[in-house]
Design a protein around this ligand. Structure first.
Ligand code: NI
Ligand code: MN
Length: 227
């Protein structure tokens, strides 16, 4: 598998010939190394409805005829626009051609500004993606929760994507606690340094990550990790 960071919480995960784009907030993010037109994908996975995660989903899904995997309400919203969607919900898993996706809990919000005003878009989620004998856990936007222990017990996590920017999500200290609960091999931090409000010290995070027994992988936007 190959994981490429596009800044904020946007990632491209390549599994064989399958290309999975997660939370593609690109055109609104100065730190993104790519524009929506530059990206090709088969699937777009969304953790929740906030603008900094839905981002350029509509444009990219249309251009690539990609399937949007999202919670029921968010899936419905995009299905109404004529896009292909696969709705899921927390606790549910499904076998896709590229592998297995399970939705996990996340403590956060999930509204979206639309022409009809700000609408609720179901509940926020995390994503467990298992394929080729490897598992990626994308925590989404969330605070720390003790059930991360259950997620770590259920699957051996090769790479965990954890928010560290604080204010809207876990900060560095809680992310280190999350690592102790999850027991991942490698951790890629996300949702930080996009704006001054969510600045985080990756050196402090890296030291905490190592103390918690995991290998920190700080990806600059545009960088990839193969595993
Ligand atoms: Ni959010
Ligand atoms: Mn966010």
């Amino acid at each position: 598998m190959k994981l490429t960071y596009y800044g904020h919480s946007a990632f491209l995960l390549e599994i064989g010939n399958h290309r999975l784009l997660m939370d593609p907030f690109l055109s609104g993010n100065d730190k993104s190394p790519v524009k929506p037109d530059d990206v090709s994908c088969d699937y777009i996975l969304l953790t929740h409805g906030h603008e900094d995660h839905v981002g350029d989903t509509e444009q990219i899904a249309k251009a690539n005829k990609a399937t949007i995997i999202a919670n029921f309400e968010l899936g419905d919203y995009f299905a109404d626009k004529g896009l292909t969607t696969h709705p899921m919900y927390i606790g549910g898993q499904h076998q896709f051609p590229f592998g297995n996706v399970k939705f996990t809990i996340a403590h956060h919000g999930s509204s979206l500004a639309t022409p009809d005003g700000r609408l609720p878009m179901g509940n926020p989620a995390g994503l467990l993606i298992t394929a080729e004998g490897k598992t990626v856990y994308n925590a989404g936007d969330t605070g720390l929760f003790l059930d991360m222990k259950l997620i770590g017990e259920e699957r051996h996590i090769d790479v965990a994507l954890l928010p560290i920017g604080d204010n809207f999500t876990m900060g560095v200290d809680d992310a280190v606690k999350a690592i102790k609960f999850l027991g991942p091999k490698k951790v890629v931090p996300m949702h930080y340094n996009t704006w001054p409000l969510i600045e985080a010290d990756t050196e402090v995070f890296s030291r905490g990550c190592e103390r918690a027994g995991a290998d920190p992988k700080i990806l600059a936007p545009g960088e990839s990790l193969e595993f």
